[in-house]
Ligand binder design. Structure first.
Ligand code: DHB
Ligand code: FE
Length: 293
């Protein structure tokens, strides 16, 4: 059976990708952020998954504002990198896992999450930057297959944080019931506090962010009770992206260990963070594994 081995929460700020692409990671401005990633990167490089489920939002690059599914999943064999206006990032295209996508899709629909199906999808910085945070130098190919899951965080009414946590729990069950013996990592992307335009552009709320960073491990239920209006008020109009971390957290289950985290201001005009969690096997799973041997 498939196993969830770790979960990564990370901001997906486009300029973090651009800093890597343009070899600026040692510059004074960027070095502290990338130094903060290092312990997590080393740990993840030792724990390579077969597939990463990347939960992110498209930023009106693949899906126009005329059609915004609340929750959707990619079911393709591969995904191209989107052109966001400056030509596609020079990173490898993405190899999908259509069989796992299909399995997750059916299980989620059966549990009452009526996912929109994306049979073709160009992936934007929301997905490629987190992959670069995981693997800064992929060479010709990313080290794992990817299943994209998309969330509407752009346009009112965004899904509730509570619904995101519940979707994550159902996602965890779907992954663990996949019959292939593969290792799966789950990425929750976006955040932290930021607002890109309007009167409050540049808003950073460190207190809100630090509380979120703590509670995503210890008390995700409390974060799931925050309303969408409060997310926007407290964390900025784009800070509500953080609700996507709750999907990752729900999938990981109760038995987790924080491997590393880092918080940095500013990246672009925003607060950026990374939090890495190892999914520990429950006592029950360990017993099952011992019996199977
Ligand atoms: C920016 C864009 C994002 O999608 C995000 O999550 C954070 C920052 C930006 O354009 O700076
Ligand atoms: Fe974003």
């Amino acid at each position: 059976m498939a196993e969830i081995t770790w979960g990564l929460a990370t901001s997906h700020v486009p300029s973090i990708g651009a800093a890597m692409d343009n070899e600026k990671t040692e510059d004074e401005l960027w070095k502290p952020l990338f130094d903060g990633y290092q312990p997590a990167r080393e740990w993840m490089a030792e724990q390579k998954p077969d597939v990463a489920i990347v939960i992110y939002n498209d930023h009106a690059n693949a899906l126009g504002l005329e059609m915004i599914p609340t929750f959707s999943i990619g079911t393709a064999e591969h995904y191209d990198v989107a052109d966001e206006g400056y030509g596609p990032r020079q990173v490898p295209n993405i190899v999908g896992d259509a069989e796992l996508s299909e399995h997750i899709l059916v299980n989620l629909v059966d549990e009452g999450f009526d996912m929109t199906v994306l049979q073709e999808l160009d992936v934007d910085h929301g997905l490629t930057v987190p992959l670069s945070v995981y693997t800064p130098n992929p060479g010709d190919a990313w080290p794992c297959r990817v299943v994209p899951m998309l969330v509407n965080v752009l346009q009112y009414p965004q899904p509730t944080a509570d619904r995101c946590l519940a979707l994550g729990e159902a996602l965890g069950r779907a992954i663990r019931s996949f019959p292939q013996d593969i290792k799966v990592a789950v990425f929750g992307t976006g955040g932290m506090s930021h607002q890109l335009s309007g009167e409050r552009a540049g808003l950073i709320n460190q207190e809100f962010d630090r509380n979120f960073l703590e509670k995503i491990e210890t008390d995700p239920e409390s974060l799931s009770q925050i309303t969408r209006a409060e997310y926007v008020e407290q964390a900025g109009s784009e800070g509500i992206e953080m609700i996507m971390w709750l999907i990752m957290r729900g999938a990981l289950g109760d038995n987790i260990r924080r491997v590393h985290d880092t918080y940095h201001v500013p990246a672009s005009n925003t607060a950026a963070a990374l939090a890495l969690f190892a999914a520990e096997k429950s006592a029950e799973e360990n017993t099952d594994a011992a019996i199977a041997q």
